[in-house]
Design a protein around this ligand. Structure first.
Ligand SMILES: [Zn+2]
Length: 274
């Protein structure tokens, strides 16, 4: 198989913009973001929809959001079930991940396969009731276990995604795709995040696939919103916008394995770096 870097010489570098945590309470924020996104040259984004936000908002009970999502020409991902972690990690490092890194939102982190399978099924069932078609699955905070990948494939979704990788479940390929994501939860984070993300953008500027992920909380702060759009415009200077679904739909990566089972290890294309 050709390495990703060799194949990508024939293709323009890609940029995926994703809006996380879409639910009835963030629909207006998302709509405003998509409008502005289009004006800077990104016609489609990947939207991460939570089917039952904090167990309080089953999506089918919100016809306005369902109607809106059904008529949108964007890529829709199932983003967990309730976006709340229900398990109680016992090891210190797991406790830190569950409570500090994700603020209690690492819903699929350290879940057993049957538990993950059940949550995935319940989330897709809520989507089905709402008439919404998901193309892929992205766990809250990008935290899922390798053992969860086959159940996403079994659910006939096209991709799943972690902090470093995009898993193409049709070709069973793993694509290295770093993500740039501001963090706006605290004053300290807001003070540091632009510098950190700018540094990462420089570090990853030659990667074939780069992602920019935004969260509704980012738009409470004009300086963060301004930074995000400037970053998107800078990336568009030498990248073309795409979505997760478009990326895995196109025959971009020739020679990918076919007729494999996800039980086998998915091959890593591109480099493995932090
Ligand atoms: Zn999320």
């Amino acid at each position: 198989m050709q390495p990703l870097s060799a194949i990508s010489l024939h293709h323009k570098r890609k940029l995926i913009v994703s809006f996380h945590d879409l639910h009835p309470g963030t629909m207006e924020c998302c709509a405003r973001f998509l409008q502005r996104l289009e004006t800077v040259g990104v016609p489609r984004a990947s939207l991460l929809v939570v089917p039952n936000w904090y167990h309080q908002s089953p999506i089918a009970r919100n016809p306005e959001l369902c109607d809106w999502l059904q008529q949108l020409d964007h890529d829709i991902s199932l983003h967990g079930y309730a976006h709340r972690a229900g398990h109680r990690p016992e090891k210190p490092v797991e406790w830190l991940m569950a409570n500090i890194y994700t603020a209690g939102e690492g819903e699929f982190y350290k879940l057993s396969v049957p538990e993950a399978d059940m949550l995935l099924f319940q989330g897709l069932e809520l989507f089905r009731q709402a008439g919404i078609q998901a193309n892929g699955f992205i766990a809250p905070a990008w935290l899922m276990e390798n053992e969860h990948i086959p159940i996403v494939e079994k659910a006939e979704l096209s991709y799943c995604v972690t902090f470093k990788h995009i898993y193409d479940l049709k070709r069973l390929e793993t694509l290295y795709a770093p993500v740039l994501c501001t963090t706006s939860r605290t004053r300290l984070r807001r003070a540091l995040t632009r510098q950190v993300v700018s540094g990462l953008a420089r570090k990853h500027r030659n990667e074939p696939i780069l992602r920019i992920a935004v969260h509704p909380v980012d738009f409470q702060w004009p300086e963060i919103e301004h930074f995000i759009f400037r970053l998107i415009e800078q990336c568009l200077a030498d990248r073309e916008p795409t979505t997760y679904q478009e990326l895995v739909s196109h025959q971009l990566f020739e020679g990918a394995g076919k007729n494999h089972s996800a039980e086998k290890q998915i091959k890593v294309v591109g480099k493995e770096t932090p």
